[in-house]
Design a protein around this ligand. Structure first.
Ligand SMILES: Nc1ncnc2c1ncn2[C@@H]1O[C@H](COP(=O)(O)OP(=O)(O)OP(=O)(O)O)[C@@H](O)[C@H]1O
Length: 578
C-alpha cells in the first residue's frame, strides 16, 4: 500500500461513523480554519500598520487597532492550535484502538497456528502505533495541509494587492519545492521502510531476550546477549543514519529551489520599493508571507523523517490485518458426540521442511485414542491438523461430516479442543485461569477435583485468589498440568486432544485424570492423547503410531505389538532392540 493509500485509508476511517471521530474531525477543521485565517490576517495587519506609520495622517486609534490585530492573530493562532491538539489526541486514540483490536483479532489465531509465529513482532508493531498515528495525523494532515492552504490564501492576498509577477514567482517557487519534495520522498520511503523494519527487529529481539531472561542469566550468557542486542541496535542506527542522509540531500534540493525563489522575490521587491512602485508595507507583507511559509516548510524535513517511519509502521499494521483476515463462514459444527474422519491429509511447514504425508483415519465418537511415536515424528503436527489449528495442504478433516476448515475459528475450537504441549497461563488469579472459557464448572467442583488429584500436599488449602505470576511461575510443572486438566474436566466438547498434557504427572494421578476426563458427558467425548507412556498406550482403545510424518499403524496396543516391528521397537529398551 502506497503512502497516499495509507493516508486515504486513515482519512476514510476518521470520517466513518463507526470510529466516532467525526465530531473531533469537524472541530479540528473549524479550529484549523481559524489558525489559517489568523496566519494570513496577522501579516496583513502588520502591512496596514507600516503603511499607516508611513502615511501622512496617523490616527492613534487606528495604529492601536492594527497592533492589537497583529499581536492577537499571532498569539491567537498558537492558542487555537493548542486547543486543536485535543481533537488530534481523540482521533489518534480512536484509530489506535481500532487498529490494535483488528491486529490482535488477526494475529491471535495466526500465532496459534504457529507456522510463522508473530508473537514477538506484533507487540513491537502495536506499541509504536499510537506515536506513529500522532505523527501522521498531527504532522502530515494538520501541518502540511494547512501550510499549503495558507500558501494559497497568501497568494490570493498578494494577487489582490501587489503585481501579479510576485504571485508567479512565489507560485513557481512553491511548485519547485513540492517537486523536489516529491522526488525526495520516493527515495526516502525506501530508507523509512528499512528504518521501520530495523525498529521492528529491535522490539522483537529485546522481547525475545527478556522472555528468556532465565535462560540467559542461568547460563551466564548476559554479556553475549548484550552484544547481540547491541549489534541489532547498531544495525538500526545505520538504517536511521542512511535515512537522515537521504533527508539531507532532499532538504538541500528543496531549499536551493526555495532560496533562488526568495532571492528573486526580494530583489524584485527591493527594486520596486526603490522605484516607488511598492509601499514599505507591501514589501514587509511579501517577505512575511514568504518567510511564514519557510518556517513550517523547514520543519518538513523533520516531519517527513518521522512520518515516513510512522507511515511504514501503519502500513505494516494494515497489511498484517488485511493478510490475516479470517474468512467469515456460517458453519457451526456439531454440538454433541461426533465421529472424526481424516481423508488423505498432507501438510508441510515449508520447502524442505518436515511434513505429514497422506494420513487417512477414522475415529468413532467417544473413543479413547493414543498418538505415539518417536520425538519429532509429527504427532503434534497431526494433532493440530485434526484440531483445525493447522490447515492441510491437501485432504480434509471432518467432524460429524463437516469439514473443520469451514467452521469459523471462534466456533471451531468448541468442536475440537486442542490442549498444547506447553501450557500458557495468564498472570491473573488461580480462579481466573482455572475457570478460563470454555470451562463451565463451579469452583467448588474444581476444588474437589484438585484435592483428589493432590494439587497441594494434604492439609494446605487452595487459595483461588493467588496471582500465578507470568506463565504461572508460582506453580510447579505438575501443578500447572493439574490446573489445566481440572479446567478441561469442565469443558464440554465433542473431541478433546491433549498434547502430552499429563507428562509431569505421576502414573496414579495420570490414570485418575484419564478416568475423570473420559467419564465426562457419559463417555461421549472423544479423548485423544499424545503420549510417550506405555501405560496410556495400553489403556487406549485405539493407538495411532506416527513415524517420519506418516501414520505407520492404527489399532490396539496388542495388535500393533503383534504386527508392527517398528512399533515394538519403540517400547523396547535400546539393548533389547539389538
Ligand atoms: N512451526 C514449525 N515450523 C517448522 N517446523 C516445525 C514447526 N513445528 C514443528 N516443526 C517440525 O516438525 C517436526 C514434527 O514436529 P512435532 O512437534 O509434530 O513432533 P512430535 O512428534 O510431536 O515430537 P515430540 O514427541 O518431541 O513432541 C519436527 O521436526 C519439528 O521440528
Amino acid at each position: 500500500m502506497k503512502t497516499f493509500g495509507t493516508l486515504a485509508r486513515l482519512t476514510r476511517l476518521m470520517l466513518s461513523a463507526g470510529l466516532g471521530t467525526r465530531r473531533s474531525l469537524v472541530n479540528a477543521f473549524g479550529l484549523e480554519a481559524v489558525v489559517i485565517s489568523m496566519g494570513v490576517a496577522g501579516p496583513y495587519a502588520l502591512k496596514l500598520l507600516i503603511d499607516a506609520l508611513d502615511g501622512p495622517a496617523r490616527s492613534p486609534l487606528q495604529l492601536v487597532l492594527f497592533i492589537l490585530l497583529f499581536v492577537g492573530c499571532w498569539a491567537g493562532a498558537s492558542i487555537v492550535e493548542t486547543a486543536r491538539l485535543a481533537c488530534t489526541a481523540d482521533m489518534v486514540d480512536a484509530l489506535a484502538r481500532h487498529f490494535t483490536t483488528q491486529a490482535l483479532a488477526a494475529a491471535l489465531p495466526d500465532i496459534t497456528a504457529a507456522r510463522d509465529s508473530q508473537s514477538g513482532r506484533v507487540p513491537g508493531m502495536l506499541e509504536r502505533l499510537p506515536y506513529s498515528l500522532t505523527l501522521v495525523v498531527e504532522g502530515l494532515i494538520w501541518r502540511l495541509g494547512p501550510v499549503f492552504l495558507q500558501a494559497i490564501a497568501s497568494l490570493a492576498v498578494i494577487a489582490s494587492l501587489i503585481q501579479p509577477r510576485y504571485v508567479l514567482v512565489l507560485a513557481l517557487t512553491l511548485l519547485g519545492f513540492v517537486g523536489a519534495t516529491w522526488i525526495g520522498a520516493r527515495r526516502h520511503r525506501v530508507h523509512a521502510d528499512a528504518t521501520n523494519a530495523a525498529a521492528s527487529h529491535v522490539s522483537r529481539t529485546i522481547g525475545d531476550i527478556v522472555r528468556n531472561a532465565r535462560r540467559v542469566v542461568l547460563n551466564g550468557a548476559l554479556d553475549r546477549e548484550l552484544r547481540y542486542a547491541d549489534d541489532i541496535l547498531r544495525a538500526k542506527r545505520q538504517a536511521t543514519a542512511s535515512m537522515y542522509r537521504s533527508l539531507t540531500v532532499m532538504a538541500a534540493l528543496q531549499f536551493c529551489i526555495f532560496g533562488v525563489g526568495l532571492v528573486a522575490l526580494l530583489m524584485l521587491a527591493g527594486l520596486d520599493v526603490g522605484n516607488g512602485h511598492m509601499t514599505a508595507g507591501d514589501f514587509v507583507l511579501l517577505q512575511t508571507y514568504a518567510f511564514r511559509l519557510t518556517v513550517p516548510l523547514s520543519a518538513l524535513g523533520y516531519i517527513l523523517a518521522q512520518a515516513g517511519v510512522a507511515i511504514a509502521n501503519i502500513r505494516d499494521v494494515l497489511a498484517f490485518t488485511n493478510a490475516h483476515e479470517v474468512p467469515r463462514t456460517t458453519q457451526l459444527g456439531p454440538t454433541g458426540a461426533a465421529d472424526l474422519t481424516v481423508e488423505d491429509v498432507s501438510f508441510c511447514y515449508g520447502d524442505n521442511m518436515p511434513a505429514i504425508n497422506g494420513v487417512s483415519l477414522f475415529i468413532p465418537a467417544g473413543r479413547f485414542v493414543a498418538i505415539v511415536g518417536p520425538n519429532g515424528s509429527g504427532k503434534s503436527t497431526l494433532a493440530q491438523l485434526l484440531a483445525g489449528v493447522l490447515t492441510p495442504s491437501s485432504g480434509k478433516v471432518e467432524i460429524a461430516g463437516v469439514d473443520i476448515a469451514t467452521i469459523p475459528w471462534e466456533k471451531r475450537h468448541r468442536n475440537i479442543l486442542y490442549a498444547p504441549q506447553f501450557i500458557g497461563l495468564f498472570n491473573r488469579s488461580l480462579r481466573e485461569n482455572i475457570l478460563y472459557p470454555p470451562a463451565s464448572q463451579a469452583i467448588h467442583e474444581v476444588e474437589k477435583l484438585l484435592n483428589v488429584w493432590r494439587f497441594y500436599e494434604p492439609g494446605r488449602p487452595i487459595d483461588f485468589e493467588m496471582e500465578l505470576g507470568e506463565q504461572g511461575e508460582r506453580l510447579s510443572g505438575g501443578q500447572i498440568q493439574k490446573l489445566e486438566l481440572a479446567r478441561l474436566a469442565g469443558v464440554d466438547v465433542p473431541v478433546m486432544i491433549l498434547d502430552e498434557s499429563t507428562s509431569a504427572l505421576d502414573p496414579s494421578s495420570e490414570a485418575s485424570v484419564i478416568t475423570r476426563l473420559r467419564s465426562r458427558a457419559r463417555n461421549a467425548t472423544t479423548l485423544i492423547m499424545i503420549t510417550h507412556r506405555l501405560a496410556t498406550a495400553k489403556a487406549a482403545e485405539q493407538v495411532l503410531f506416527v513415524r517420519g510424518g506418516q501414520l505407520v499403524g492404527s489399532g490396539t496396543h496388542g495388535e500393533l505389538m503383534r504386527r508392527c516391528a517398528s512399533y515394538r521397537n519403540l517400547w523396547l529398551a535400546p539393548k533389547e532392540r539389538g
